[in-house]
Structure formats: C-alpha cells, structure tokens
Design a binder for this molecule. Structure first.
Ligand code: SAH
Ligand code: SF4
Length: 301
C-alpha cells in the first residue's frame, strides 16, 4: 500500500459544484491560500516523514498562475526526490503541458459522473466532454492519469454507477478513485441522503478486478463513515492511502464535506495511525514511489 501526502494549499474555488463545500457560492466558508514557500515546506515535511508522492490539491483557484505552479513544482523537486501529483481541477492545455515539463508526473481529475444530465446539473458551466478531452491530453503529455466518481449523488442510479465503472475501466487509467457522496449543509445538496459506503466498497472491489494495475485509494470520504471503512477499502482492493499533510493552521478549513480532516491530530500521528491500520489488514506499507505498473505491462517491457 502506497502512501501519498496531500497538501491542500488553497480552498478558494471559482466553480460551483452542487456537492462541494468549497464552491464559490458558499459565502460561509472562511478561505485561505498558502504561499509558495509554505507549499514547498509542507511537501518537504511530508517527504521527511517518508512520503514519496506529494499531491498538490486545491479548489479551482486561478490566483495561482501557470508560472506559480511551475515554480512550486521545480522548487519541490530541487529539494526532494518525490513524485508530484496535481489535483487542481480543470486548467488550460498550455498550463498542464508546462507543469508536466516542470516535472509533475501525475494528474488527478475525477469525472464525478458520466451521466451527462447529472453532470450538467451538478457542475454548472462545465462540460463532461471537455473534462474527458483534458484527461486524454494529459495522457498524451505522459502524465499518469487518474479519475473517478462520487458514489450516491442524488438522482444517480445503480445503472449509472455500473456504467461509470465500465467507462472508467475503458479509459485505462493509472489511478481510479471512488468515494461516497457526503452532503455538506452549505450546499444545494445539503439535505440529501449520503452515499452508501458499502456500495463504494463494492465499487472499489469491481474496479480492482477490472483494473488490476491501477492505483486505487481508500479515500478519506470513505473514512468519514468510520475509520473501519478505510481498512475495508484496502481489503476490497484499494492499495493507496492519502493522508492530508496540510499545515494544521488551515487543514480544518479544507471543508469539501463535513468531517474532512477532522479527527487527525498531527501529521506524524496520523501517518503512524494509518500505517498501523494498513498493517492490521495484513497488507504491507510500501516506501516506494508507487508508479502504476499499467504502462510497464502495456508496453510489454
Ligand atoms: N478542485 C479540484 C480538486 C479538489 S475537489 C477538482 O474538483 O478536481 C476533490 C474531490 O472532492 C472532487 O473530485 C470530488 O469528487 C470530491 N468531493 C467534493 N465534494 C464532495 C462531497 N460532498 N462528497 C464526496 N466527495 C466530494
Ligand atoms: Fe471546486 Fe473541486 Fe469543489 Fe468543484 S469539487 S467546487 S471544482 S473544489
């Protein structure tokens, strides 16, 4: 099981996804942005704690321009021997190209749902086809590409989810993430029912069978239904855990959904806790960079 440290460096977002607490329309969310230096430092702290992949994640915050992100990537890579994954939402083709050249090796962008009607409804102003096109372009650039869905969005049927699992598998992704929907009170979906964590576990199991070479995380959304679910995610076939390594000063403000980043004391304690949780499932914690073997096998080398 690979560990990836997530630096949630900004909770500003220009988008308005119906499910997410960071949506621009949520005026009750206190916002923060880390400086470039703080982001690099957080990555270094994660590396010192043994994390070989650093995930830079944020709302869709265009305050950080192409050159800012490229600078951050180069700075991190000049001081530590880690892999950088980006999870910054939809950005320009020129931007993702520049960041790949700067040394980022992976990009994570969930489609959330392949049901076009739900997509249009819950991601206003966005277009599923464009998102998929961006994923394809990132693959061409040589990124390891990740995507995934939210399980249990209001109006989503079992047939939709089955279709999603099939389509995700057809995309031959290096990383696939599924997590249950968690209603956030300050969003239009605040009083809807949460997604079913057991159904999410089944999705992980099916994805693992269909995608033996993909890296699949046991997500923090799953963990918000109880830590036990994170362990069950590993048992169902997930092989990645992504602890937040966001500085404690701001980590509770990264409120994509209620409960996010709560319950973890400090970064060191959280990593130790998660390592024990993984070992208790009978799995081993890996300290390698954890590339997906998909390309290796696909190329037949
Ligand atoms: N802004 C970037 C990355 C941050 S959001 C982006 O949208 O890609 C990271 C993920 O959080 C999203 O892909 C979505 O799947 C998940 N998410 C947001 N709100 C959620 C909720 N209420 N329940 C479960 N997952 C949620
Ligand atoms: Fe913004 Fe991402 Fe949340 Fe959508 S899911 S509102 S893009 S942070």
């Amino acid at each position: 099981v690979y560990f990836r440290g997530v630096v949630e460096f900004s909770n500003y977002c220009a988008d308005n996804c119906f499910y997410c607490g960071l949506r621009a329309g949520n005026r009750n969310q206190v916002r923060y942005r880390l400086t470039k230096e703080e982001i690099v430092e957080a990555a270094e702290v994660g590396y010192a704690l043994g994390l070989k992949t650093i995930v830079l994640q944020s709302g869709n915050d265009y305050f950080y321009k192409k050159d800012d992100i490229a600078f951050i990537i180069r700075e991190i890579l000049s001081s530590i021997d880690a892999v950088i994954t980006l999870s910054l939402g939809e950005r320009g083709f020129d931007e993702v190209k520049e960041w790949r050249e700067a040394g980022a090796e992976r990009y994570f962008l969930k489609v959330e749902t392949f049901n076009e009607e739900l997509y249009r409804k819950y991601r206003p102003g966005r277009n599923l086809e464009e998102r998929i096109r961006l994923l394809i372009y990132m693959r061409e650039l040589g990124y390891e590409v990740g995507s995934g869905i939210i399980v249990g969005l209001p109006g989503q049927t079992l047939e939709d989810i089955a279709e999603d699992l099939y389509k995700l598998s057809e995309m031959e992704l290096e990383m696939i993430a599924v997590g249950p929907f968690i209603p956030h009170p300050e969003t239009p979906l605040g009083s809807e029912r949460p997604g079913d964590p057991v159904l999410s576990l089944r999705c992980i199991a099916i994805l693992r069978i269909l995608n033996p070479w993909a890296n699949i995380p046991s997500t923090s959304a799953l963990a918000s239904f109880g830590m036990d679910y994170r362990a069950r995610g590993i048992e169902a076939g997930a092989n990645v855990i992504m602890p937040s390594i966001t500085p404690s000063r701001v980590r509770l403000l990264y409120k994509i959904y209620p409960g996010k980043n709560e319950g973890c004391k400090c970064v060191i304690e959280e990593i130790d806790f998660l390592k024990k949780l993984v070992e208790d499932t009978g799995s081993k914690v890996s300290d390698s960079k954890g590339y997906s073997p998909r390309r290796f096998y696909a190329e037949g080398s």
